[in-house]
Ligand binder design. Structure first.
Ligand SMILES: Nc1nc2c(ncn2[C@@H]2O[C@H](COP(=O)(O)OP(=O)(O)OP(=O)(O)O)[C@@H](O)[C@H]2O)c(=O)[nH]1
Ligand SMILES: [Mg+2]
Length: 431
């Protein structure tokens, strides 16, 4: 069979640089280029306009827009991508000037990548919901972008206002349905996750492409797909990992962060990040071979706040030490960073040190306790297995004495819920 290779689409990137934001804009545009590459769109030119603020009506000034229209024709470009989320009216106004050329923004690009990479039912539903919410205020006859893709709503054959109204209603119904579906999936997930609550849960968080899945694979042999693409991972993978006999963790790898993440995605991906929310320890992973690593750190912290993830125990991991450019001095880089572990997940450097640090954090977070529970209290005697790991157990006439390895948070819960007597409490010596 003969396969026809689809023609690669050409695009021009457009950005507005606000006062004092020249560098940030340039690096954001570089990232936009990477996002486009991930979708196999070829960027043939970039226009950055310095302005005091973004133009209300057409994002860039009228003169630049006219120049853009000429360039689109000259370079035979099919797509124009703006680096910020356009308001529906900005998008319509630009579109009017550019005829058949598609006008996209950063958010729609990210949504498309998520759509391509979504594998499981949960991720597909989350992305579907976010795309519908993005699309709803933007429906117009000119809107051809989403409808052509798989899963989009078929809007062909209905030009005119009435058809748009019908489409809006269809989309609203679809949104309702997806929300219900998502709730169901989340409920299933919660029941599956219950059994992990007595273990020490560690979550890797970080910028997209930082090397999170590579680290996951090297620690747990999980075989998560790794690629030099943005948002390769959307679904959370969780694996049990026995660091040594007395230190077993559950490690999770999940979706990465990026600057200006569309708010629709933030809302629908909340549940994917529940592992992060409930983790005992976060591994904050940063690619220090990327010149923008400081910006990445800020984004991670901002996103954790946006997802309302409570401040918690964390270890900074500085990855890709093997790839630091020659003109950068590692000592200079270290001066700009808070404490952390330097590793190369790909070359297996620094992993032992990282595991030691995780063990240390575990030991600070849990204690070995000897506790007694009355034999008449059947509920407590069976519940204790859900709260911690039983090391030893002695049956006496009136009570049972347990030596138990329990996380502090779980102990607090357990001792509130059940009547117990604590005989001793040790800081861990797990050796
Ligand atoms: N040189 C070098 N490359 C690395 C290292 N760790 C990861 N990579 C590469 O970086 C790219 C991204 O790695 P992933 O593990 O997929 O990154 P991720 O953080 O899971 O990315 P997303 O799932 O897309 O958010 C891949 O090409 C990896 O081979 C490292 O220590 N050194
Ligand atoms: Mg990944």
């Amino acid at each position: 069979m003969h396969e026809i290779t689809p023609k690669i689409k050409k695009a021009i990137l457009v950005a507005v640089s606000l006062p004092g934001k020249k560098e940030a804009t340039e690096s954001s545009v570089k990232e936009l280029d990477l996002l486009a590459q991930t979708l196999e769109i070829e960027v043939v030119d970039t226009i950055i306009q310095s302005r005091l603020k973004v133009h209300n009506v057409h994002y860039v000034g009228k003169g630049i827009l006219e120049k853009l229209a000429l360039l689109v024709e000259e370079l035979d470009v099919q797509i124009v991508i703006c680096d910020d989320e356009l308001t529906p009216s900005q998008q319509k106004n630009i579109q009017r000037e550019l005829d058949d050329c598609e006008v996209l923004d950063r958010s729609s690009l990210i949504l498309d990548i998520f759509n391509e990479h979504a594998k499981t039912n949960e991720a597909k539903t989350q992305v579907g919901l976010a795309r519908m919410e993005y699309m709803l205020p933007r429906l117009s006859r000119k809107w051809t972008h989403l409808e052509r893709q798989k899963g989009g709503i078929d809007m062909r054959g209905g030009p005119g206002e009435t058809q748009i109204e019908v489409d809006r209603r269809l989309i609203r119904n679809q949104i309702k349905k997806l929300k219900v579906q998502l709730q169901k999936i989340e409920l299933q997930g919660e029941t599956q996750n219950k059994h992990r609550s007595q273990h020490f849960n560690v979550a890797i968080v970080g910028y997209t492409n930082a090397g999170k899945s590579t680290l996951m694979n090297i620690i747990t042999s999980a075989e998560v797909a790794v690629e030099n693409k943005l948002f390769k991972t959307l679904d959370t993978t969780i694996r049990k990992c026995e660091i040594d006999k007395s230190h077993t963790i559950f490690l999770s790898d999940t979706v990465g962060f990026i600057r200006k993440l569309p708010h629709q995605l933030v809302a629908s991906f909340r549940s994917t990040l529940k592992e992060v929310e409930s983790a005992d320890l976060l591994l904050k992973m940063i690619d220090i071979s990327d010149p923008n690593f400081l910006q990445h750190i800020k984004t991670i912290d901002d996103e954790l706040k946006a997802f309302k993830i409570p401040e918690k125990n964390f270890i900074n991991i500085y990855n890709k030490v093997d790839m630091i450019p020659d003109n950068l001095n590692i000592e200079m880089i270290k001066k700009q960073l808070s404490d952390g572990i330097f590793i190369s997940a790909k070359r297996d450097l620094g992993i032992e040190k990282l595991l030691l640090e995780i063990k240390k954090k575990m030991d600070q977070n849990s204690h070995q306790r000897t506790i007694r529970i009355s034999n008449t209290d059947g509920k407590a005697n069976s519940a204790i297995y859900q709260f911690g790991k039983i090391i030893d157990q002695k049956f006496e006439d009136d009570f049972t004495e347990y030596k138990v390895d329990m996380r502090n948070a779980m102990f607090e819960k357990f001792s509130k819920e059940y009547k117990i007597t604590v005989v001793s409490e040790n800081n861990f010596d797990r050796s």
